[in-house]
Design a protein around this ligand. Structure first.
Ligand code: OSB
Ligand code: MG
Length: 372
């Protein structure tokens, strides 16, 4: 394929339910959509699912826009590639800024699979026709509000796995309440987004979570706190899952060597695209780490890529790929849907969803275009 044109669209969509993590609260999201066009006029889409603020990762909408418009898109326009995994070679000198790179890499995969006439999932090595999805629930104003959210998503919509955002002061109590109300059969885990430190009070609260049979404790400590995480993992039975700690394959090897965790959250955004996410899947299998696909509240473009990736055989735990409707009343693509927590993997060539260009343009904040 030869990439002759690229566009970057910043698009703002309202969220149906405000989402709060240990670091921020959001009522709408702005993501960037990358559109790559081949010499034959075919297009491929990718999503830069970065938060507005640098609280999850250093990346923000503004930094991703800057790096994509100044470095990534000018570098890829005019290049040819035999395979989508080669497209990132054009900007290999760029350090970090993986969210921006993820949008470009995903657009290259979706363009190439459309041109080849194969489903994205199949091209990635996927083997499943459907994937199991879980929901990620934010910090709520009260425990009762949280129980209502679990009731709605787990009981009424049938999502088999529930993940709760936690932070110091909102941890043992909400977990105990959810266990008491919904029982031990619920696949339950917590995600702290790195909000805990080795302060003895923090460690005491985290250790108390060990008694609730959680599937995992996701990212208790700061991204680079590998030795703190390793010391904690030696103390508890619950597996520590690493999210923010793992940007590269070397990070995963480091975590494995130190014993800093036992479960891997693979995110396309955090790892710079489908190419590295797929390689991380392979390495997790080799190292014996159970893995699953995480999300960043993606619009339909990134969500479809997450579903395709989730179909790989080493992703043995439910993914954060709930239906579009959990987040958006209307999406920029044909929606990703779930039936009792099961999402069907698209069997059509390319990404598997259609972009609604008219709706996208209605919600667009700005666009930059590149031709070569
Ligand atoms: O840590 O998994 C996370 C959303 C924004 C930032 C960080 C995270 C999340 C989620 C979202 O948990 C899960 C989803 O997209 O459904
Ligand atoms: Mg996480």
């Amino acid at each position: 394929m030869r990439i002759v044109r690229a566009a970057l669209h910043q698009v703002r969509l309202p969220l149906v339910h405000e989402f709060q993590t240990s670091s921020h609260r959001k009522g709408f999201l702005e993501h960037l959509l990358v559109e790559l066009t081949d010499a034959d006029g075919a297009t491929g889409w990718g999503e830069v699912a970065c938060p507005s603020d640098p609280f999850y990762a250093p990346d923000t909408v503004e930094t991703s826009w800057l790096v994509a418009t100044r470095y990534l898109l000018p570098a890829v326009v005019g290049t040819s590639a035999e395979h989508p995994s080669q497209v990132a070679d054009a900007y290999a000198r760029v350090r970090g800024h993986r969210f921006a790179g993820a949008g470009v890499d995903t657009a290259a995969w979706s363009l190439w699979t459309a041109l080849q006439g194969v489903p994205l999932a199949q091209a990635l090595g996927g083997t499943r026709a459907e994937v199991v999805a879980g929901v990620s629930l934010g910090i709520e104003p009260t425990v009762d509000d949280l129980l209502a959210q679990v009731q709605f998503h787990h009981v009424e919509h049938g999502y088999p796995r529930v993940k709760l955002k936690v932070q110091p002061g909102w941890d043992v109590e909400p977990v105990r309440a959810v266990r008491a109300a919904f029982g031990d059969a619920l696949l339950l885990h917590v995600d702290a987004n790195g909000a805990y430190t080795d302060d003895p009070e923090h460690l005491r609260a985290l250790r108390r979570l060990d008694e609730f049979g959680l599937t995992m404790l996701e990212q208790p400590f700061a991204p680079r706190a590998f030795t703190t995480s390793a010391a904690f993992q030696r103390d508890v039975v619950t597996p520590v899952c690493l999210d923010e700690s793992i940007d590269t394959l070397d990070d995963l090897r480091t975590a494995d060597a130190l014993g800093a965790g036992r479960v891997l959250n693979v995110k396309v955004s955090r790892m710079g695209g489908l190419t590295t996410a797929r390689a991380a899947h392979d390495l997790a299998v080799e190292l014996g780490w159970p893995a699953w696909v995480g999300g960043m509240h993606e619009f339909g473009v990134g969500r479809a890529a997450n579903v395709a990736l989730s179909s790989l055989p080493g992703f043995t735990l439910p993914s954060d790929v709930s239906a579009s409707e959990k987040y958006y009343a209307r999406d920029v693509t044909t929606p990703v849907t779930a039936d009792r927590g099961v999402v069907r993997v698209a069997g059509v060539p390319g990404l598997g969803v259609d972009v609604d260009r008219e709706f996208l343009l209605e919600h667009r904040v700005r666009t930059a275009e590149f031709a070569g």
